[in-house]
Design a protein around this ligand. Structure first.
Ligand code: UT7
Length: 333
């Protein structure tokens, strides 16, 4: 628990998924794979994909526009914008600057945060501390990734797993509800298991890096799978213990959506039943930094979050990065 009584509370949520949908059947015609394999090994049935000319800033702005439709706050009130992504439109300027311009958040500053699938939770923790400092009243945290821009669509091991999407939340201070606690971790030893080697300062883009496909996601799926189950389970148990929360006191668990079998395994180890766990990977696949804000949005739409509910977010991603966050949900409904 945080020592003071200012909590960063989620007061509005927005999401955006691009119109175009790629079904598993599409991959059956292109690759040596099947709908049956993808559904049974991952839980994924379809994923969204941006059209030409659209990318992370486009989706982030759409998610923020959706957020504003669910809020009395307007863009001129925003103090800061944090965009969590590993697929920015370009290295610089940051997505945060481009979003700030597009939405007309005239007094906001902001920055991008890179922590892969854990980006959004890391961004929430950062924004939570900014709210608790008393210096910032309204912060937008966005999780967005255009995974289609870094996937090798000839590699069946990776391309079926990911989708494009964006989610955004507005954080404001509250004296009783909001982000109560979190435990976040990184372990750089995980770097060899999930990474994109090309295009950065180590391997700047050349004809050779492109020929060697260094600009695509590389993953040792089985290793990441095992570490994700262990990491998410242990960090959530630590957080539950620190906050004296038993399994039946968790009203909703929103995990990162990388693989339905990872989610089910973690939920099983945490002793949670199906009703306590949000799963939407079937519709969107793994949208990296966007899975959790999209999950919060879907939970609200499915009426799975009530006032005073204990909500746990949990994530695992490249780095390795992982962590869990405890939120006391506030709802005016
Ligand atoms: O967001 C955080 C980061 N990512 C993750 O958390 C992902 C973690 N990993 C996973 O979700 C799973 O490991 C995968 C879904 C990637 C793979 O599932 P798996 O049960 O671990 O399969 P595997 O890697 O052990 O591969 C089993 C077989 C292999 O064939 P062989 O070598 O046994 O003949 C693969 O080549 O399945 C094959 N395979 C496929 N077959 C049909 C891999 N991808 C496909 C595919 N279609 N798309």
């Amino acid at each position: 628990m945080k020592p003071n009584s200012i909590y960063a509370n989620i007061t509005a949520v927005g999401k955006y998924l691009p119109e175009s949908i790629i079904t598993n059947q599409h991959f059956e015609t292109e690759l040596d794979t099947s709908d049956d394999w993808i559904v049974s090994r991952t839980g994924i049935k379809q994923r969204h994909k941006v059209s030409n000319g659209q990318a992370s800033v486009y989706m982030a702005v759409k998610a923020v526009e959706d957020l504003f439709r669910n809020s009395n706050v307007s863009s001129g009130d925003i103090d800061s914008i944090i965009v969590c992504t590993i697929t920015p439109d370009m290295f610089f300027p940051s997505c945060a600057c481009l979003v700030q311009k597009e939405i007309g958040a005239n007094k906001a500053w902001g920055f991008d945060l890179s922590a892969a699938c854990s980006g959004f939770v890391f961004g929430l923790e950062t924004a939570s501390n900014m709210i608790q400092s008393g210096n910032y009243k309204k912060i937008i945290v966005i999780g967005v990734d255009t995974m289609s821009s870094i996937l090798d669509y000839t590699d069946r091991n990776t391309c079926i797993l990911f989708g494009d999407g964006a989610g955004a939340v507005l954080l404001e201070s509250n004296s009783t509800h909001g982000i109560m606690d979190s435990i976040l971790k990184v372990d750089g030893n995980g770097g060899d298991y999930l990474y994109m080697p090309g295009g950065g300062s180590l391997n700047p883009t050349t004809e050779k890096t492109i020929a060697n496909k260094l600009h695509y996601v590389k993953q040792d799926g089985a290793n990441v799978f095992k570490r994700a189950v262990k990491g998410m389970t242990n960090v959530t148990l630590e957080l539950m213990s620190r906050n004296q929360l038993s399994s039946n006191e968790i009203d909703l668990f929103i995990p990162h959506q990388a693989n339905k079998r990872i989610i089910e395994s973690v939920a099983n180890k945490l002793n949670l039943n199906d009703e306590q766990v949000l799963i939407n990977i079937d519709k969107y696949a793994n949208t990296t930094a966007a899975t959790i804000p999209i999950g919060i949005h879907d939970a609200i739409n499915r009426k799975k979050l009530k006032h005073n509910d204990n909500l746990i977010l949990s994530t695992f991603g490249a780095g390795f990065t992982w962590g869990s966050m405890y939120i006391k949900w506030n709802s005016d409904d």
